[in-house]
Design a protein around this ligand. Structure first.
Ligand code: ATP
Ligand code: MG
Length: 588
């Protein structure tokens, strides 16, 4: 510690031997994707239980840096930081009805007085209630409030480490406006802040249109980091830049999807035990697109048959939206049998047992002829089916109901689209008045009349972003941290910690770098250089500086960027090292 005037200050120093860093050689057994493996092997986090992680000192440093970037960009966008409780009273959730509709994803508990609470999975209710109590006049609007707080979700399948965990760090922001125009401005203000956040984290994140779900009006973008390990599919059009989550992505009808056939009458064919499209297709020796896949769903308690071409999958989000239903799910065996007369695999749109069964079909089947459908009789199909002639499907019940595929035609510009995988690292939403109306969160306008505030909500998955950086920035040897979010920007490898003159140079360099605002760790272990370099590559510090007796005798210290190969090593005199390291970091 040094004293300057009356102020005491520390130059932080960190030696590997005191850092609790533990790298692992083996991949954790439950890790399926590279970033999860590296997260654990590099000693950034450790699993406490399924979907629950402790952030170790290295991981914590990166997490704090990401938080700080998020905070600075929220502040720059004019948002106000608060923090609200993780434990949220049930009453608030009952006000919007979400206490029941959130389902088993929400962790619920009681206090000793039997009052019900949730561990916040998000915080629209809490923030709307706060806004209602804080805001009374249009003069206070617009305003955006945010927090960086732990969230809890009882995910069906927690996996991929921090990507989908039960407890995760989220930045959530909520905007309040007097009118739609203002709400639009607030939305784009956050959208642009998000672009800056991901860019500063060294991430390429692309905004894509998404489905608004139950969140009110439909304007929403998700920010995705493209990676094969991503859980979401995204349709991209090079022609016009259209990008949309597959839940939402729309297509135009291409050529060749229209009907074939020459008017022959329907005919029953025996297809014993051939239930799936693949099985019937190979049994009859015909391509999958000649078949109609028919599935029975239950939408808000009512059965409905959904028909799509055999090589297509139903998009349940589109289906739900088309039917205007609150919930849709595949029907159970009993219901399928009752309404069609057959078991799943043999059902179809021609004369189901329940003649009043509603049937909806994908737009590609409009006018389809010469198709094969389930006969509503076990072990049989019908061929030569002309849907318009043989099935009772109203014109208005044809709609875009399938998941877009690679090569489908963009609805905007007519060019073929490509499907890529993405990791959702954030989302911006226009909420309208869904929450403010439920809470009667009103402000008084200049005539002292009450109006409901118009809201938006905006989330960044802070802990998921940490792992998304690893997923996007790594090679076979380990992580390649962008300097802005690396646990330490520089590692100084002291190759001869037992030699006083070498250690002095390494330690002096550490102090000089810290004084220059560059965070650094000194590897002071008495290990072979190979072991030390392997660890440095695995953790992925952006710049590695080697200080050793041999190197010093040959002219100085070696500086190498993690992203460069070995040939790009630079040797500089110890007193020129700080400048050279700075330049190496800036060149990132
Ligand atoms: P997903 O579709 O991946 O389940 P979501 O759309 O339900 O996520 P939001 O409610 O939009 O999530 O939450 C905002 C952000 O929080 C997401 O963009 C994501 O980055 C992050 N997030 C959501 N769920 C998890 C989780 N279980 N673990 C880690 N991060 C999460
Ligand atoms: Mg989302």
């Amino acid at each position: 510690m040094q004293q300057s005037g009356r102020i005491w200050y520390n130059i932080p120093i960190m030696k590997w031997t005191k850092s609790l860093i533990q790298t692992l050689r083996e991949n954790p057994g439950d890790a399926e994707i590279d970033s999860h493996k590296l997260l654990i092997r590099a000693g950034l986090a450790r699993k406490v239980a399924g979907g629950l992680y402790a952030y170790l000192p290295l991981g914590m440093r990166s997490l704090r840096k990401i938080q700080q970037i998020v905070r600075e960009e929220m502040d720059r966008a004019g948002a106000l930081e608060i923090v609200s409780p993780i434990l949220q009273p049930a009453e608030l959730w009952r006000t919007t009805g979400r206490w029941d509709t959130m389902g088993p994803n929400m962790f619920k508990l009681r206090d000793r007085g039997e009052h019900e609470f949730a561990l916040g999975p998000t915080a629209e209710e809490v923030f709307t209630d706060l806004a209602k109590s804080l805001i009374s006049s249009y003069r206070q609007l617009p305003v955006t409030i945010y927090q960086i707080q732990w969230k809890f979700r009882d995910e069906t399948r927690p996996r991929f480490g921090l990507m989908r965990s039960k407890e995760f760090l989220m930045k959530d922001a909520y905007s309040f406006d007097t009118d739609a125009e203002g709400a639009d401005k607030s939305y784009w203000n956050m959208y642009h802040a998000y672009e800056r956040i991901y860019a500063r984290c060294g991430l390429k994140a692309v905004p894509v249109q998404a489905d608004g779900g139950d969140m009110g009006d439909s304007m929403t973008h998700e920010f995705h980091v493209l990676a094969d390990a991503g859980e979401d599919g995204i349709a991209f059009c090079d022609g016009c830049g259209y990008a949309a989550n597959l839940e939402k992505a729309e297509r135009k009808m291409g050529n060749g999807e229209w009907g074939t056939g020459n008017g022959e009458a329907c005919e029953e064919v025996a297809t014993p035990n051939a239930k799936t499209i693949e099985e019937v297709a190979s049994f009859l020796g015909l391509p999958a697109d000649r078949f109609v896949k028919s599935l029975v769903y239950v939408a808000d308690g009512k059965p409905v048959m959904v028909c799509v071409q055999g090589d297509r999958d139903v998009n349940e989000v589109k289906l739900k939206r088309f039917l205007g239903a609150k919930s849709v799910a595949l029907a159970d065996f009993g219901t399928v049998l009752k309404v069609t007369g057959a078991n799943a695999g043999f059902v179809g749109p021609v004369a189901p047992a329940d003649a009043s069964l509603k049937i909806v079909a994908d737009i590609a089947l409009k006018g389809a002829k010469g198709r094969i459908v389930g006969a509503n009789k076990d072990d049989f199909h019908l061929k030569n089916v002309d849907l318009a002639r043989d099935a009772k499907i109203a014109d208005a019940d044809y709609a875009d109901l399938v998941i877009v595929k690679d090569g489908d035609i963009c609805a905007k510009c007519g060019k073929p689209m490509a499907i890529k995988r993405g990791i959702e690292v954030g989302q911006v939403f226009k909420l309208g008045t869904k929450y403010s109306a439920a809470f009667n969160a009103v402000y008084k306008n200049d005539k002292l009349e009450d109006h409901v505030m118009i809201m938006g909500c905006y989330g960044v998955g802070v802990s998921r972003t940490l792992q998304a950086v690893i997923e996007q920035c790594h090679d076979k040897d380990g992580i390649i941290w962008p300097a802005s979010v690396a646990p330490y920007q520089v590692i100084v490898e002291n190759l001869d910690p037992d030699k006083e003159e070498v250690t002095k140079i390494a330690d002096d360099l550490e102090s000089a770098l810290e004084a220059a605002g560059i965070d650094v760790i000194v590897d002071d272990r008495a290990e072979r250089p190979g072991v030390k370099f392997k660890d440095a590559d695995l953790i992925g510090f952006p710049v590695r500086v080697v200080v050793g007796a041999k190197g010093l005798a040959n002219g100085g210290v070696e500086i190498k960027r993690r992203c460069d190969d070995k040939s790009k090593m630079q040797i500089v005199a110890p007193d020129a090292a700080v400048e050279a390291i700075k330049a190496a970091l800036e060149g990132e």
